[in-house]
Write a protein that binds this ligand. Sequence first.
Ligand code: FES
Length: 107
Amino acid sequence: MPRITFVSPDGTRRAVDAPDGETLMRIAVHHGVEEILGECGGACCCATCHVYLDEASMTRLLPADDMELQVLEFTAAPRRAGSRLACQVLADRRCEGLIVQLPATQI
Ligand code: FES
């Protein structure tokens, strides 16, 4: 079970144990991370689970597929090189130590 850390725009950090196979979006919602809305329930169509991952972490994870890349065009906060949709990233051993930066807004 990897340990991941959500970091709010004000710097507040929340480290949580992430069950293998669960999405970062569901893990965030379960732990009360308010910056993640997940309005579509993980169907990859709302972009309200937008997060920023660092470059080193990006290389460890499976890349975004075409659908995720399309939806990332509609994020409320600026898209960056590390932008991902939290509902499309599954927790597994590759996520150990992952730092998940939260955007200032999702809507
Ligand atoms: S929860 Fe809607 S796109 Fe991720």
